[in-house]
Ligand binder design. Structure first.
Ligand code: SF4
Length: 938
């Protein structure tokens, strides 16, 4: 029989252009195939250090994102009410003149009346620089909503954090534990890493209330109760202490475990380190029996006991640790019920950790020299590694929980040692090398320094002379002193309430605050619509930039349409979040592999244009003319410090690495190199980086810092104690009365566990959480014709015990209530989850009319958000105060603290979930019912 003639290798491209994916935050390298000037196919770039050719489903579906019908087509001016989605198209000149007419008077009179917040943009070093030049203190990205507990705990404790700043040693680790990791953030890199572990037979334990994604392929799944990770981790610490399975030489060499802590409770320095006349922290030398600076040569520091030094009673940090973690409070039997993990299982995991760490140590035959000049002929490590993300972070006890996990890593000697956790350059970097926050606005002036930073004590808070918040989000105040990423989630509620002051313009970029990027969606929509007693909007102006017709677009007064990620220049910079790996330094670009076919502009170029119109320093020449033609020009010519610019590669005419004069052909060089630049780290410098002289000298050469920055790991975090002392009345700066007890309790310099604030209720016995689907990145995927087929709607998943005890059957609906409201939604059964926990996919549900979806689209008729049950504020306290629903140390949104109850109910009218947030008009045309390549993909 004649076989049909098939072309098994059709020509898919006339040309391939290499750039960086932006279908999630992983920054994989991609080859974009073009045919007849259109994107025909996307594949992974095999030479790229992040993904080495691997491409996930999201990445290849980028073609549908690029040709999405939801793309905005021109600048828009609101003509209806906020939220209606009624706009008229205007020209770019009209749009920029209008924006300038709002922004210029604010800058001249009261720059703090501009609140400029960005979402998941990857140009924060640029947007922050712009906001600093403008002079508003009110700038941050969405880290406070996402995972600042993880980032801040990592920076303060280790000098770096998981994910973008560090990675497990995939090549050598033998025992790997994941805590609270969904697949949206660390996608390809972690999948590739897990693949390596599986191939080598390494053991993987996943700790998560829900067994999906990575948790489903782990060797062992620990279905923990939400908010108790810290308790579980400290129970592991208890077991290690009890068994003496602690890497003492590591603690003595690389941590502050031997530092002497003042134990005189009457002292104004109680709980602080003892220091010599030069400010050096002291340890007790067992040989000379004297107190010595911690880095004095040939000393043998004491770890135990109580001492008196210079008349001050004191103890080493390690002795304080032993006293805390050996107590029964953290014994497995004491935490089993609470965590949902049996005592036997906790002991078994602790035993495995100890066995692999201490009996299967890794020895690499690499000589290296430490910063004291001591030579080591081998690199010795402990092959246990950990990775964690938002699941342990988005709780009101998240900062201390993340610190507890870092403590566990340190006790096992597995930070920056073979087989453990490794930093990605430009990390490691101690918190002292980061800036302090700046927030004092002056009319017509730039801010004195960066907005975000790492406070060392109360004197670094962003407070006025009257102790009021300088920032609209109240970051860096007594309510959340170490809010290193700001509190984007509090901006709209504070601005609507005029607390701590009223603002004039809310300027947002790529942040869907009217939908899934807010704690409570319906309330946030009301706040954006809210009018004062004069009938004026409480937030007078809203400017929004996005590439797509999101829910937030409908609430803007002025919309600045952005390009897709394939149409613009972008800079994945070492000044921000680059593409480095533990063995290499690297950064990358995006560039217009296709030109926009709509009246849209890259946001960063628009921001430079606005900056020039406003005459912002650094953005205009002496004659007032714009300094940069566009963002590409900025990427090549801007210098943050002499010789240091947004792009580290191909400086100085092409040969410069890290440092060097600007190069007018730098972007061309990146394009020629596949869209990225990388520089390998020599094997002898690739571990022990905080203490490795070779690494430190190399980092200075490459411009990561200007002098070597060796440091020790902070098991005991002294800045926390300074806030505690203030709460005890022992500091010149004093917190408000109602926060004293909270500060005393939360700001403990040694990691501990406390009950999440949301758990104070017995009326709501269940936990409710969301998981981000692997197939989508936040709300973007819901408009993507290919990805929509994976998740079009979302039920609430119930565990077997709740399913059966309530008599649920397939197709049933439930009313789920929290202290903040209720939702009526479809339910489904899933047995692989914690027995007290309900969960659903995040951001699948959409508002009707948004994202160019059809009026019958499942996303906006069957999908729902859990956010309606959460609030920015906790219920009123006995003293009348309502605290923000955040971690009291960092201000991280505590949306995984949510407690609920559930009852069976009937389906609402039209079987549409409640609450119904109504519909918005679409400023863009809907999608064709059938897509034809070359016809509709334009
Ligand atoms: S992991 Fe993220 S960056 Fe990498 S290909 Fe997938 S979507 Fe793109």
């Amino acid at each position: 029989m004649a076989q049909p003639k098939l072309n098994t290798s059709p020509k898919v491209a006339d040309e391939i252009r290499q750039t960086t994916c932006y279908m999630c935050a992983c920054r994989c390298g991609i080859n974009v195939h073009l045919r007849d000037g259109k994107v025909s196919y996307i594949e992974g770039n095999r030479d790229h250090p992040v993904n080495k050719g691997v491409l996930c489903a999201k990445g290849s579906a980028g073609i549908m994102q690029h040709y999405s019908p939801a793309r905005l087509r021109a600048p828009l001016l609101r003509v209806g009410e906020r939220g209606e989605g009624k706009f008229k198209e205007i020209s770019w000149d009209e749009a920029l003149e209008l924006a300038t007419s709002w922004l210029a008077p604010i800058r001249a009179n009261a720059p703090e009346k501009l609140a400029f917040f960005t979402g998941r943009d990857q140009s924060q070093s640029f947007t922050g620089w712009w906001a600093q030049a403008y002079g508003t203190p009110n700038y941050a990205a969405h880290g406070g909503f996402c995972s600042v507990n993880m980032a801040a705990a990592g920076i303060y404790t280790l000098g770096g954090a998981f994910w973008e700043f560090g990675s497990p040693d995939w090549e050598h680790t033998k025992f790997f534990m994941l805590f609270g990791v969904a697949e949206d953030h660390d996608s390809n890199p972690i999948k590739m890493g897990l693949g390596k572990l599986k191939k080598r037979g390494a053991r993987i334990i996943a700790v998560n209330p829900v067994r999906t994604g990575y948790n489903a392929i782990a060797d062992d799944w620990v279905g923990i109760t939400p908010g108790t990770d810290g308790l579980f981790i400290l129970s592991l610490v208890h077991c290690l202490f009890s068994a003496g399975k602690i890497d003492l030489p590591y603690l003595l060499r690389y941590t502050n475990a031997p530092f002497l802590v003042n134990q005189d409770t009457d002292s104004a320095e109680h709980g602080l380190f003892l220091r010599d006349e030069n400010g050096k922290e002291l340890v007790w030398d067992r040989v000379s029996k004297t107190a010595q600076p911690w880095d004095a040569p040939d000393i043998k520091p004491e770890l135990q006991g109580s001492l008196t030094v210079n008349g001050i009673s004191c103890q080493p940090v390690f002795a304080l640790m032993a006293a805390r973690y050996l107590t029964d409070e953290y014994a497995p039997e004491a935490v089993a019920d609470r965590t949902g993990i049996s005592a036997a299982r906790i002991r078994s995991i602790a035993g495995e950790l100890a066995r692999v760490a201490f009996e299967e140590e890794i020895v690499l035959d690499r000589a290296w020299t430490d910063w004291r000049g001591q030579k080591h002929d081998k690199m010795i490590g402990r092959p246990v590694a950990f990775h964690a993300m938002r699941g342990i972070s988005a709780h009101s006890n998240g900062f201390q929980t993340c610190r507890a996990l870092h403590l566990l890593q340190i006790l096992l000697g597995s930070v920056e040692t073979p087989g453990g956790f490794r930093f990605k350059p430009p990390y490691p970097k101690p918190f002292e090398a980061h800036p302090k926050p700046h927030a004092k606005a002056k009319p017509g002036q730039p801010l004195a320094g960066p907005h975000l930073g790492y406070p060392r004590g109360p004197e670094d808070l962003a407070l006025s002379d009257n102790n009021t918040a300088l920032r609209i989000d109240k970051a860096f105040t007594w309510e959340n002193p170490l809010s290193a990423h700001g509190l984007m989630h509090m901006v709209i509620s504070n601005a609507a309430a005029g607390d701590p002051y009223k603002i004039d313009t809310l300027f947002l970029y790529m942040a869907n605050m009217a939908w899934n990027s807010s704690m409570n969606t319906a309330q946030t929509m009301d706040m954006l619509r809210q009018r004062d007693e004069n009938g004026e909007h409480s937030i007078p102006h809203i400017i929004y930039s996005d590439a797509y017709s999101s829910e937030m677009v409908a609430f803007a007064d002025l919309v600045l349409p952005d390009t897709t990620y394939l149409e613009r220049h972008d800079c994945i910079s070492l000044l921000d979040r680059p593409i480095g790996e533990p063995d290499l330094l690297g950064d990358a670009i995006r560039w217009p592999v296709v030109e926009p076919d709509r009246n849209v502009r890259g946001f960063q170029t628009v921001l430079l244009d606005l900056g020039a119109r406003l005459g912002l320093p650094g953005m205009v020449n002496e004659d007032g003319a714009p300094k940069f033609n566009d963002y590409a020009d900025y990427m090549q010519r801007h210098e943050r410090r002499p010789g240091i610019g947004p792009l580290a590669g191909f400086r100085d005419g092409g040969a410069g690495r890290g440092r060097g004069a600007p190069n007018a052909h730098q972007i061309d060089a990146y394009i020629k190199n596949g869209g990225f630049w990388s520089d390998p780290i020599a094997p002898e410098n690739a571990y022990f980086k905080p203490w490795n002289k070779g690494y430190q000298d190399w980092a200075v050469e490459r411009g990561l810092f200007d002098v070597p920055l060796p440091y020790i790991l902070n098991i005991y975090l002294e800045p926390l104690q300074k806030f505690r002392l203030a709460a005890e009345g022992k500091h010149a700066m004093q917190p408000p009365e109602h926060l004293r007890d909270r500060l005393k309790a939360a700001m403990d310099p040694l990691p501990f566990w406390y009950t999440p604030f949301g758990d104070s209720t017995t009326e709501y016995p269940l936990h409710a959480i969301t998981q981000r689907p692997a197939a989508m990145y936040h709300s973007w995927g819901g408009q993507n014709a290919w990805l929509r087929q994976i998740h079009g709607h979302n039920p609430l998943y119930l565990p077997q015990n709740i399913w059966e005890s309530h008599g649920f059957a397939e197709g049933d609906w439930a009313r789920v209530s929290s202290p903040n409201g209720d939702i009526t939604i479809p339910v489904a059964r899933m047995d692989a989850q914690n027995s007290k926990t309900l969960w659903t996919w995040n951001a699948i549900g959409k508002r009707r009319g948004a994202w160019a979806l059809d009026k019958d689209a499942p996303e906006s008729n069957k999908g729902f958000l859990l956010n309606h049950l959460i609030s920015e504020l906790l219920p009123q306290q006995a003293d009348g105060h309502r605290w923000a629903n955040v971690d009291p140390i960092t201000g991280q949104a505590a949306w995984y603290d949510l407690r609920v109850k559930i009852e069976k109910t009937t389906a609402p009218a039209q079987s549409r979930p409640l609450p119904d947030t109504g519909a918005q008009d679409s400023p863009v045309n809907g999608a064709p019912s059938q897509l034809t390549y070359g016809k509709d993909w334009t």
